[in-house]
Structures are given as C-alpha cells and as structure tokens.
Design a protein around this ligand. Structure first.
Ligand code: ADP
Length: 374
C-alpha cells in the first residue's frame, strides 16, 4: 500500500486517483502527525511525502519514521514545490528519503518511480523471505545433528546396559555350573534370557528405524482375529508385570486384514509405555471397538500423563519428554515406529492425556487394510 501525505486536499485527491487507476492501493494523510499515526498502524511499501506542511514538515516526518521498525522497508519520495536547492535535496536523502520530486509533478515520472520502488520492494521482500527460510533450514540441520549425537549416546548406553547384565549372569552361571547348583543355574539362565530379549527388542527397533528411513519397511498382511491377539498380548505383558491388572473391553466381530506382527508391535509398545510411565499404579484399560469400516484400539493408563503442548510431539522420531526422560529408560523411537506402521496401514494414531492423571494412546485402521500409503 502507498501512503500519500499532503496538506492540500486537491493534491491528495488527484494523486490518489492516478495511482488507483494503475491498480495501486492508496491511503492518504493530510498532516505529518496523521501520517505518523498511520505508519504505526499499517505497513506501507512507499510514502509520497509533501515537504512543506504546517506543523511537522516532510523531513521531520521522514526522520521520525526511520526510527519505526514497521517502516524499515518503506521507501519515501519527497514532493516539494519550492525548495529545490541542493541543500534541501541533500536533507531529503539524509532523513531517510529515497527520492525527490519537485512540483508541479510530472505524473509519468512519478508513476515510473512508484513502479520501480514497488519492484525493488517486492524483490527485497522475496530476498528476506529466502534468507529467513535458509536460516531456518540451517538451524533445523544443526538441531538434527545434535539430536542424532544425543540419540547415538543414549542408544549406546541402552545397548550396553543389558549386555553388561548378560556378561555378569554368564560369569555367575560359570560358578554355579562348577558347583553343580542346578536351581541357581536355571535362575541365572532365565535372567540372562530376559536381558537378551531386551537387547533383541532394542536392536529390532533400531533396524525398524533404518528400514523406515530407506523405505524398506514391508508388510505381510493376512486375516487374523484381533480379539485373540489382544488376549495373548495381555497374557504375555501380565507375566512380566504381574502387579498390573490389564483389562480389556469391547470386541471385534470380524477378522482384521493387516500385518499381525506389526499390529502386535504397536499394541505392545502402547502397553509397555502405559506400564513404564505409570509407576506406582496397577491398572491399564484396553478398549477395542469397530466404527464403520474401521477398528479402534485404545490403551489407557493412570500414570504421569503428558503436558498439552508436548502431546503433539510424542510420535516424533527421538522425542522424549525432557522433564521425565531421566527417570525412564528409552530411546524415543517406539511411538515413531508405531505411528509409521499405523500410517502405512491407512490409519491414524493419537493420544489424549491429562498431565498427572494419565494417558490414553489409540489407533484406528481399516478392518480391511488393502492399500499401503507411503
Ligand atoms: P521411549 O519410551 O523409548 O522414550 P516412545 O517413542 O515409546 O519412546 O515414547 C516417546 C515419549 O513419549 C516418551 O519418552 C515419553 O516421554 C512419552 N510417553 C510415551 N508413552 C507415554 C505414557 N503412556 N505416559 C506418559 N508419557 C508417555
């Protein structure tokens, strides 16, 4: 938008008409003071400023405007009838103006200048846009690099912990074998097995991440009974967490066509999180239902919950809620993999949570997931 500032109404009207005829948006002010008020409120590309005005003159207005951040990109053309001397023109430039036109105004020249300033403005606006996009990109890549470093250090630690345990149990095993203490041998073998399972899960998750990155996560879809799958998952999770009562409500009256092992992986992830992030509680509720041609599974816990502004991030790669991360082991990739599996089945994932009260993670997929969306 262009602002014309002139104390003579006829000048204002005639200039406005010409510029509007050339499709420029025009605003007017009949004094320096009014112009300043308008510049504070609106963003102008160009100000055409009469020099001789009662009260604030054009130079004073230009000087004041040069201090406004809103008018940083605004060009100024001074219009003057009398003061065409060099000293006035110099003053016009030094107070922030970009050009100087003497009255009577040659409309063709003025239009040419206005068009040129507009083009310059558009170009510099584009440059600023490109510059800020570049800065954003640079910042993003930094951030990504830091996240990766952080992830490698957490992943190494997470892998080392079960490995060290296994090493310890194997040493203990050696001793109990020498002593011929079979019950202790069995106990240590079981413990080592548990740690190896943990290691296996971690490595499988890491492999899944690289499969997702390289587009090699493949699905093996067939018909299966989701009710039976849920019961067996509940039994397995209950065995390793006997203090938790995992209840299931709802049912799916027909078989589901999907990748059973991958769907199991998602439900196990939701369930293990529901237990991990709910210390001191003993209840987890699973609900399954059919809505139209979709099946919905939700896992509700009564644990630590998630703050509203963090809920949208939990499905992001490597994301862990910072405030609680030190209290719970994890790599921050389980939910990312789950979301990807569900998305590739044509479904959606989500979470409802109240901080301090608990969370409900859910997903829905088509009962018959035919298409694989990438
Ligand atoms: P991990 O548990 O290994 O950190 P996930 O991808 O499974 O990774 O979860 C990402 C983050 O989401 C967790 O670090 C945790 O902050 C948060 N989160 C996941 N599940 C829950 C839950 N049931 N309750 C509270 N926070 C959760």
């Amino acid at each position: 938008m262009i602002l014309i500032v002139d104390d003579t109404p006829e000048n204002l009207i005639s200039l406005k008409k010409v510029l509007e005829r050339h499709n420029f948006e025009v605003d007017t002010a009949s004094s320096g003071e009014e112009a300043l008020k308008k510049v504070l409120k609106n963003a102008y590309v160009l100000i055409i400023l009469d020099v001789q005005m009662p009260g604030m003159d054009g130079f004073e207005v230009a000087e004041a405007i040069s201090g406004y951040s809103k008018a940083k990109e605004t060009a100024i053309i001074f219009l003057s009838a009398a003061n065409t001397g060099l000293n006035f023109i110099t003053k016009g430039y030094s107070s922030g103006g970009l050009d100087y036109i003497t009255k009577p105004v040659d409309m063709n020249i003025l239009l040419l200048k206005v068009k040129t300033f507009y083009r310059i403005y558009e170009q510099s606006r584009k440059l600023i846009e490109i510059q800020s996009a570049l800065l954003e990109e640079i910042e993003f890549r930094k951030k990504a690099e830091r996240k990766k470093d952080e992830f490698i250090s957490i992943a190494s630690h997470e892998l080392k912990t079960p490995l060290t345990s296994v090493k310890g149990y194997v040493q203990l095993l050696e001793r109990s074998v020498e002593k011929g203490d079979i019950p202790t041998v069995k106990r240590h073998l079981q413990k080592a097995q548990q740690q190896l399972d943990k290691l296996n899960e971690l490595i499988a998750d890491l492999l899944d991440i690289s499969k997702i990155e390289s587009g090699k996560l493949k699905f093996n879809k067939k018909n299966f009974d989701l009710n039976i799958l849920l019961d067996s998952i509940i039994e397995i999770i209950h065995q390793s967490n006997p203090e938790f009562r995992i209840t299931k409500t709802g049912t799916v009256p027909q078989e589901v066509f999907a990748d059973e092992m991958r769907i199991e992986q998602v439900i196990v992830n939701f369930l293990t999180n529901a237990i991990k992030y709910a210390p001191g509680t003993t209840e987890v509720h699973i609900h399954v239902a059919v809505d139209g041609d979709r099946v919905i599974v939700s896992v509700k816990d009564f644990g630590i919950g998630i703050q509203p502004d963090q809920q949208k991030n939990v499905f992001d790669k490597f994301y862990r809620v910072e405030e609680t991360a030190i209290h719970f082991q994890g790599l921050g990739i389980g939910l990312y993999i789950s979301a990807e599996i569900i998305r590739r089945h044509g479904g959606t994932v989500g979470v409802n949570s109240i901080f301090g009260e608990g969370s409900e993670f859910y997903f829905n997929i088509p009962l018959i997931s035919m298409t694989e969306s990438d």
